[in-house]
Design a protein around this ligand. Structure first.
Ligand SMILES: [Zn+2]
Length: 140
């Protein structure tokens, strides 16, 4: 039984999604999905190459237009962000102004995987993360 619990912990979503009772942590499949994912999947994702941005549409009245460079800067992967401290390792000054994605893929139904021109492909942008970036854009 203890082994079973350990395995469950290993596959549990990242800490920041788990804010409810410890039960949810051990048995994430029993918990309502909203406990782990605040942001729903977008209805549409559009790459606007000419405008250098990713358009994320949750609804016709809730559309975020995220510039490629910002999206690249906010890459959440372990090479770009220290997993322990949450500190950004990536220096935004090293990102070319004309950075653009070469490929977008869905990772399951919870995230967008972006491959950047130049080959960086380890970033998984969860819907929550895209929503956070969108909120930053709105408030700036
Ligand atoms: Zn990265």
């Amino acid at each position: 039984m203890s082994t079973f619990k350990l395995e469950r912990r290993d596959v549990a979503p990242k800490r920041r999604y788990v804010t409810q009772s410890p039960l949810c942590f051990q048995f994430p499949e029993l918990a309502p999905r909203s406990l782990f994912m605040a942001a729903p999947p977008p209805a549409h994702l559009r790459v606007r190459q000419s405008e250098r941005l990713l358009e994320v549409e949750w609804s016709p009245t809730n559309i975020a237009r995220i510039p490629f460079k910002l999206l690249r800067t906010e890459c959440p992967c372990a090479a770009c962000v220290d997993e322990m401290t949450g500190e950004r390792i990536l220096d935004p000054a090293t990102i070319p102004e004309d950075i653009s994605p070469s490929k977008l893929e869905f990772s399951g139904n919870y995230a967008l995987k972006v491959t950047w021109a130049g080959g960086h492909d380890t970033g998984l942008y969860t819907w929550d993360r895209l929503d956070e970036i969108a909120q930053c854009l709105k408030s700036s």
